[in-house]
Write a protein that binds this ligand. Sequence first.
Ligand code: PGA
Length: 261
Amino acid sequence: MSLRRPLPLVAGNWKMNTTVDEGVALARRLRTELDTCRVEVEVLPPFTHLVQIAEVLRGSRLRLGAQNCFSADKGAYTGEVSPAMLVGLCQDVLLGHSERRHILGESDELIARKLRAARRHRLRVILAVGETEDERLDGATMTVVDRHLRSALEGLGNVGEGELVIAYEPVWAIGTGRTASSEQAEEVCVHVATRLDELIGDVATTVPILYGGSVTADNAAELFALPHIDGALVGGASLEVDAFTLIARACEAARASGAGA
Ligand code: PGA
């Protein structure tokens, strides 16, 4: 495997939190705090906020992404939002998040179709993969991660630089305060890097591999020091300006020091 050196990314997944007014205020404060950050910083607010937050972030270095999209461009799909509708509003879309897999019942096959649809519209995809607690206890972590990666990426054709991000998020660590240990996180991220090499070739070395699952201002530096972790997908702590700022700055410091992210 060749040397990995992707540009790190710290992305905040707001999930179903904040009103439009609260979200706009949060985005304004994050722009003030993090516009000078030398790693990529991104917010993923609810769909309802995108138009106004795109305005707040216009001209800044912060990226904007959606938390989901559908697999068709338009049509009779009540309540869904298509990737075509996101074009011009945001640059990225998160797909395969465990809450969509396990609460909303999204299959590997649906996620693969969504990913292809997002790519047709040149949205960068942040693909989330990761095992449940039972799967880890069964020793099936790598099998599950492989399945998530293969089903989404196999046969995708040419993936260019800047088109894909992978987020490894153990389901048992999401929103639980039980962050994966450094060894657990690094082991799976190394595995992801190896699989990516096989699935998409040389461009794999440019794909950031994020860790997600109870990342906080207290544990971020330790995670970013790991050689195969290029940033974080942050849930709860992304709603707090101070915590999210400290996490992004920890990522910037790790990159500047030449360690890990
Ligand atoms: P958490 O969520 O940071 O609250 O654990 C992470 C995520 O779901 O992306």
